[in-house]
Design a protein around this ligand. Structure first.
Ligand code: G3I
Length: 392
């Protein structure tokens, strides 16, 4: 299956393959010069279909950053113009021990992004998860005081944001601070510092790199109760004059949930606060979800049952078509809001890399992205391209 724009790209690329060293007539020379200039452009891919609408990003893991997956880097450059570290910038990785920062993997990702002119998103500075226990304890293991934890948070944010100053253009400053009912999540940050830990985090980030953008990022923040909680957090920051530029809706979505109207309404509500809206971790789960599991909380795990892993040998066409339709519907909403939506980032470059193969049940075979395990575009890819072309 191929789309018209794909056909156009293939045509240009095939022409580019031909050697242009023959003797030719003058008119033909001009044509060939024009063609040559198009040949000097990078290969076109997914991102190009949304040029002028919003950035198209992907998360990267160590195998892609370091190039151990040989095919990955050229594929990423072709299809994405924004990158986010799936794990490399999280506290436990970048600041594993007191006073010890490890920037090696994140630095490699940032230089890959810079070399290829990509928007580099920083994920994430303050989160309850993947943050080592020592962060909240003193040297004898007793809970830190409020002042000491503020100092530790300040050191972390200033060091990390300062290290990438001018390179990482936008930061998920605070991640997942609101619970499903809209109240603030009961984390160590909240318990020890109090509600103003969120404001302090944004202020420390701004001081470290005033030129960057700063975001609040969460999952399920399109559902009413949680959304109201997130809006309350944002209102408070704005009332205090704290710089917040955008909100990330992670977008860990399913074939049948959330309802499109909920997403539509949420983008409008967040945009009406004067914020950029980003879908920061998009994928569409196609496997059965155990009822006790919702959202994207990594601490939730369920037991493996064969009935919960129905497609180990490949996705049936019927489900693949449902996935394509779901992606088309989602992108039609995102394009409707293209004035507010600035970036859509997929959480994984292809199905094989998705965290959804191991969460909430380890060892399943999921198919939540636009590219299959061999980097081949799926029907969902063409459905998304078609949505982009409809509006041209
Ligand atoms: O790096 C170790 C490796 O050394 C070890 O051999 C292996 C054994 O399990 O674990 C590896 O670490 C894992 C890491 O992913 C890299 O694969 C961690 O156990 C695992 O917990 C970690 O999961 C990540 C999870 O966040 C927790 O940080 C997922 O890859 C990542 O996709 C997921 O992303 C989060 C976003 O940051 C925030 N929003 C929700 C989203 C999904 O949970």
């Amino acid at each position: 299956m191929s789309s018209p724009s794909d056909a156009k790209h293939t045509l240009i690329n095939n022409r580019c393959d031909k050697k242009m060293t023959k003797t030719v007539l003058p008119a033909t020379i001009i044509f060939l010069m024009l063609l040559a200039s198009s040949c000097s452009n990078k290969e076109t891919g997914l991102k190009d279909a949304f040029e002028g609408d919003f950035l198209i990003g992907t998360s990267l893991d160590a195998r892609q950053i370091l190039g151990t997956d040989k095919e990955a880097q050229s594929f990423i450059v072709k299809n994405f113009n924004s990158i986010t570290a799936e794990n490399a910038m999280k506290w436990e990785n970048i600041h594993p021990y007191p006073g010890k920062y490890d920037f090696a993997l994140a630095d490699s990702m940032v230089s890959f992004g810079q070399k290829n002119g990509m928007f580099i998103a920083g994920h994430t500075l303050v989160w309850h998860s993947q943050t080592p226990d020592w962060v909240f304890q003193d040297s004898v293991g007793a809970p830190l005081t409020r002042d000491a934890l503020i100092e530790r948070m300040k050191d972390h944010i200033s060091t990390v944001v300062g290290h990438f100053k001018g390179k990482v253009k936008g930061w998920d400053v605070v991640n997942e601070a609101v619970d499903e009912d809209g109240s603030l999540r009961k984390t160590k940050w909240l318990e020890i510092i109090g509600e103003d830990y969120i404001q302090l985090a944004f202020e420390f980030a701004f001081t470290a790199d005033p030129g960057a953008e700063f975001y609040y990022n969460d999952y399920n923040n399109e559902f009413t109760d949680k959304r109201e909680g997130v809006i309350a957090v944002i209102n408070k920051l704005q009332q205090k004059g704290v710089k917040i530029d955008g909100v990330g809706i992670q977008g860990h979505w399913h074939l049948d949930s959330p309802d499109l109207n909920v997403i539509d309404e949420s983008i409008s509500k967040y945009a009406s606060l004067g914020l950029k809206v980003m879908i920061t971790e998009m994928e569409v789960n196609v496997l059965p979800t155990p009822p006790e599991v919702y959202g994207a909380d990594v601490s939730q795990q369920a037991k493996y049952l064969e009935s919960l892993n129905p497609y180990p040998g490949g996705l049936p066409d019927s489900v693949s078509n449902l996935l394509a339709q779901r992606y088309a519907d989602l992108f039609s909403i995102l394009l409707k809001h293209k004035d507010a939506v600035t970036r859509v980032t997929f959480w994984g470059v292809n199905d094989g890399y998705s965290w959804k193969n191991d969460w909430p049940i380890k060892g399943r075979t999921n198919y939540p992205l636009l590219f299959d395990r061999n980097y081949k575009p799926k029907p969902a890819y063409y459905a998304v391209i078609k949505e982009a072309e409809k509006q041209r």
